[in-house]
Design a protein around this ligand. Structure first.
Ligand code: INI
Length: 148
């Protein structure tokens, strides 16, 4: 027997938590995700905006606690640039999201891109491909896998 999740959005309620920091990138990731969810006929979608990637886990935790979504997609962009802040933010956001993913019943997809610079970020946020669309596909798969 093989258990796997399909990509239909029918009957699904999805939450998206997206950060504003580096919004040139995160808004493109959001566009890609919304395009994917629309084309797969997701029925209910709610978007929550937070200041930076560091703030994503808190909102994800609050949403997961409520248990009203079939899956939650997180979207953010951590750009290395020149600050040490990058490492702290990148590792804390990953840890925070992983914690919620394991501690509640709602699957959470990690859609925070970590890139060397803005150009690499742009290539992943629509110029070459759009990771937002790909992470949205993973969200559909996990939502359906859990439901079934
Ligand atoms: N937030 C990001 O989303 N991406 C970054 O690249 C980033 N860097 O490198 O500083 C970043 N910092 C802000 C952080 O997420 C918080 O919003 C801030 O520290 C307030 O808590």
């Amino acid at each position: 027997m093989i258990y796997e999740g399909g990509y239909s959005g029918k009957g699904l309620k999805i939450g998206i938590v997206v950060s504003r920091f580096n919004d040139l990138l995160t808004e493109e990731l959001l566009k890609g995700a919304l395009d994917c969810f629309r084309r797969h006929e997701v029925e209910e979608l709610e978007v929550f905006r937070v200041p930076g990637a560091f703030e994503i886990p808190f909102v994800v935790k609050e949403l997961a606690k409520k248990g009203k979504y079939d899956a939650i997609l997180t979207l953010g962009a951590v750009v290395k640039g020149e600050t040490y802040h990058f490492d702290l933010v990148a590792s804390e956001v990953a840890k925070g999201i992983a914690q919620v993913n394991l501690n509640y019943e709602t699957p959470v997809v990690f859609g925070v891109i970590t890139v060397e610079d803005e150009l690499q970020g742009l290539n992943r946020a629509g110029v070459k491909s759009n990771r937002g669309f790909e992470y949205a596909m993973a969200t559909l798969e996990m939502a359906n896998l859990r439901k079934n």
